[in-house]
Design a binder for this molecule. Sequence first.
Ligand SMILES: C[S@@+](CC[C@H](N)C(=O)[O-])C[C@H]1O[C@@H](n2cnc3c(N)ncnc32)[C@H](O)[C@@H]1O
Length: 358
Amino acid sequence: MAQNGSVVVATLVQHRVFAERMVAELLIDTELDPENATLELHQCLLPWERSGITEEAPEPWINFKTVKEMAADVGGVVVIAHDFAEHMAIQSTFNPLKDMGIPVAAGFGYTPHNTRPRTNAAMTGVTYPGMFEVAEKWIRSLRCEKPSYVEFGTLEGRTMSLAWQFLNEIPNFHFVAFDSFAGIAQPMEDEAWLFPEGSFYANRATFEHNMAVCGVDPARLQIVQGDICETAKPDSSEMVGVDLGQPTLINIDVDVYAPSRQALELLTPHLVQGSLIIFDDYDAFGADPTMGERLALTEWVEAHTDIEVEPYRNYGTYGRSFLVHTPNGRGHKDADGFKSWTQGDREAESEAEARVNA
Ligand SMILES: C[S@@+](CC[C@H](N)C(=O)[O-])C[C@H]1O[C@@H](n2cnc3c(N)ncnc32)[C@H](O)[C@@H]1O
């Protein structure tokens, strides 16, 4: 049985050296007292549901059931998968632990960034770290007294940790995190095949644990917990005392339409000229404009004709970012000579309509 205060590491990766290296990266600066904390590294068999193995696994392997039993007594669990499919299996396999409030850090795609990742010019705007690096440079070019990073959909804190690593040295910068920690909620019928209800499920303990590991100053991070469709309203009880400041970088990563739309609505009066909005899944669903974050942005722009957006960098598989032009901003459509993407689109549409009607 594991000792209280220890971290159990369950790895699906069969190369122990590789696993140990990932663990070392994951656990730098944990809050555990190094004198008393122990690290228990176990190689696991595949989840028994998939492998059919329910009995004791042969040494040095243990099975997932044992990890679960051990985890009830420990400070945290780090699970390492070797590919995305494995990672997704882990997400739901460990839901019972997440429900118990035990930090579960899954070490594949969602590994938090304990230190600032190294990037180079060729990566900017292509990879996730590259996107955050270019965002940092962009934000430093804006004149804001109270700049903030606002993220909708934090899961275990991978992108929040990136934001921290790249932005925390900007004067007066603060961070706001919105999540229910309950996974995808109310996807549209056509969205659910890719993002089923309840998928991408973390817990607040994991998020807070990862933030501590990454050195995030809790005084500079506000967490708004709950369904964004309810919480992301100026008069919701969860927003009492929450200061959005001037959101210079906004990350919308809730995957589906409804909370993305609500997030944009909440932000509208707070945006500044040059606010940068990144949409993690803009091109999901085969870039279908009738759903997801893409639909949310289109509708929002249509509802706020005084706001313009202009495409900026693309990143990852589905991610795109956009610059915002506010009504009093110098890049707005009323400014001489400026023609943004949305205005261009609208003009092209009316020209096409005029041609049809002619
Ligand atoms: C893909 S994950 C976010 C990943 C994270 N940004 C990262 O890169 O590590 C999606 C997150 O959105 C949250 N989410 C989805 N719909 C939500 C809603 N209606 N209200 C609150 N949170 C929601 C889920 O709980 C989940 O944590």
